[in-house]
Design a binder for this molecule. Structure first.
Ligand code: ZN
Length: 149
């Protein structure tokens, strides 16, 4: 049987601010993120299985990514833990759903974080192949398992 990749697209809105950055992303602002998650594996070849012919049910992909990534990030504000404690505390105090990341919240670092999260949730027999995260219509970052062996 062939190894096949299956991909599902997700969308979420999130605000962030880049600490100590010299461009417009230093200000708190939002993006409409588009996330592509790709798993790979052999389609199930068992007429008795409810997943026959599937690498992974798209409904299961939706559930895993929604619960572990989208539910956490959607309509959140992500700020770097490198920012001064008083400003972090002020955001926490005045706004709901503030995520203080242990990294600069760039598209690159967020995609790596999502890969780590989903890597531990990948069902047996399937592997996380790649993740692509669009921050704007023309800018994205990618994580590929083959780059990170
Ligand atoms: Zn930005």
């Amino acid at each position: 049987m062939a190894i096949i990749r299956v991909t599902k697209e997700f969308r979420f809105e999130m605000a962030h601010a880049l600490w100590n950055y010299d461009g417009p992303c230093r200000n708190v602002h939002g993006h409409s993120y588009i996330l592509y998650v790709t798993f790979s594996g052999e389609p199930v070849n068992d007429a008795e299985s409810s997943r026959n012919g599937m690498v992974m049910d798209f409904g299961d992909m939706k559930k895993i990514v929604r619960e572990n990534v989208v539910a956490r990030l959607d309509h959140a504000l992500m700020i770097s833990g490198f920012a001064p404690a008083d400003s972090v505390e002020s955001y926490r105090k005045h706004f709901g759903n503030v995520i203080v990341s242990p990294y600069q919240p760039t598209c690159e670092n967020i995609v790596a974080d999502i890969a780590a999260l989903l890597g531990s949730k990948t069902p047996p027999g399937v592997s996380l192949h790649s993740i692509k995260l669009y921050e704007t219509a023309t800018s994205f970052a990618e994580w590929h398992a083959s780059d990170n062996l």
